[in-house]
Design a protein around this ligand. Structure first.
Ligand SMILES: Cc1cc2nc3c(=O)[nH]c(=O)nc-3n(C[C@H](O)[C@H](O)[C@H](O)COP(=O)(O)O)c2cc1C
Length: 375
């Protein structure tokens, strides 16, 4: 109840100020301390005590990782971190679409840069070494004004790999001009070489480091096919599907809809989940060993379940936490355990990738596996 009231107050503030206040509250320890909920997943050499994570953008500067442990997430992805500190676009740059449970942001990789992140990560890793069961992803991207973005990816993977349980290559923010050009295969190959060169030169080089590629939901299926082929050829661990969209849907309420930037939250669910299901189908068909992390419009247990039904091994969220507050993971995990109980499944891998579109997935999430299979 108290959290509902606090969230109600915080939501009256400018979204970026509200976010800063949330980070300060976490730093000060003003957060719930929740009993751990285990829904374990193992992918590659990574053990997750549960499959639900905080998506990139929430803790850009690795300031509150330890506090996120308390909120019952099984993983967190920090960043996007750029080599040099970067202010980002002029404020205001984050906008709520309250009636649609959505956000538009055009932050532009505002962050304190790699050196600051390393300081925080060193501190964190003293207490929680790489390989702890809370999994930490490090999301990297180039500086806006860099004259060699490939080099930026190499610098970042060289400097940050030793702290990461997995590395995410961000090529999909719509707010860094031309970043999405790295979805073109020739460019992507060069990015992957740069990242691998960086890892090879890092202190982590004797370890196998999983690499994920975070993609845009605004590419076409042909491009997705080529990206999956390239990821497989280059031994990438998997894809994060997806970042925000530049689409604007007619059914959305007009408040703030005119703002430029990437749209996230509830209205992104259908597009990102459709894309996830397509990616899963391609990977299955080609028998590739690629994992899928879902992001986009996860608000509750049913939407998280739908992501798993469409092929997700892991699920991330960001926007819904800004609307629902710090109890969101707890709520989703408890709800998911109930859905698993209803559907008589003991592990989420039993239903992973069972359907190939979000509508079919939501039908199961709403009505149950048995009911749905009988109709
Ligand atoms: C304010 C804000 C900032 C974000 N910053 C980043 C970022 O720095 N790097 C990144 O890869 N994704 C970033 N994202 C995208 C999220 O990680 C996620 O992919 C997207 O919001 C979809 O998930 P959601 O609907 O649960 O928010 C950001 C999203 C929001 C709302």
């Amino acid at each position: 109840m108290i959290w509902k009231f606090i969230i109600f107050l915080v939501r009256k503030l400018d979204p970026e100020i509200a976010h800063q206040i949330s980070l300060i509250a976490l730093k000060l320890g003003l957060h719930p301390r929740l009993k751990r909920i285990e829904i374990p997943v193992k992918i590659n050499n990574l053990n997750f005590f549960n499959f639900l994570g905080v998506a990139a953008g929430f803790d850009k500067n690795a300031q509150v990782i330890e506090k996120i442990h308390y909120l019952n997430f099984g993983l967190a992805e920090i960043g996007t971190i750029t080599p040099l500190p970067q202010y980002g676009n002029p404020k205001p740059r984050i906008f709520r679409l309250e009636k649609d449970q959505a956000i538009i942001n055009r932050n532009g990789f505002n962050n304190l840069g790699m050196a600051q992140a390393i300081k925080k990560l060193k501190h964190y890793r003293k207490k929680f070494p790489v390989g702890s069961d809370f999994v930490l992803g490090v999301n990297i991207g180039p500086n806006k004004d860099s004259n060699n973005r490939f080099q930026d990816y190499e610098i970042l993977s060289r400097g940050l790999s030793e702290f990461a349980d997995y590395l995410t290559i961000n090529i999909s923010s719509p707010n860094t001009p031309n970043l999405r050009d790295f979805h073109e295969i020739e460019n992507l190959e060069k990015v992957l070489i740069s990242v691998k060169n960086g890892i090879a030169k890092s202190k982590n080089m004797e370890l196998y480091l999983p690499i994920f590629l975070k993609i845009s939901p605004d590419i076409n299926e042909h491009n997705l096919n080529l990206i999956i082929e390239t990821a497989n050829k280059n031994n990438i661990s998997g894809l994060i599907v997806s970042n925000t969209t530049v689409d604007r849907y007619k059914y959305l309420h007009p408040d703030n809809l005119h703002e430029d930037g990437g749209l996230s939250g509830k209205p992104l669910f259908k597009k990102s989940t459709t894309f996830l299901a397509i990616a899963n189908k391609i990977i299955k068909h080609r028998k590739y060993n690629l994992y899928l992390i879902a992001a986009g419009g996860v608000l509750d247990a049913k939407s998280a379940y739908a992501k798993i039904l469409c092929g997700a091994h892991l699920v991330q969220l960001y926007s819904s936490m800004t609307f629902d507050g710090p109890l969101i993971a707890d709520k989703i995990l408890k709800g998911l355990l109930q859905l698993m109980n209803r559907d008589n499944i003991s592990s989420i891998t039993d239903v992973r990738g069972l359907v190939d579109n979000p509508d079919a997935a939501m039908k199961i999430a709403n009505n149950g596996l048995i009911n749905n299979l009988q109709t």
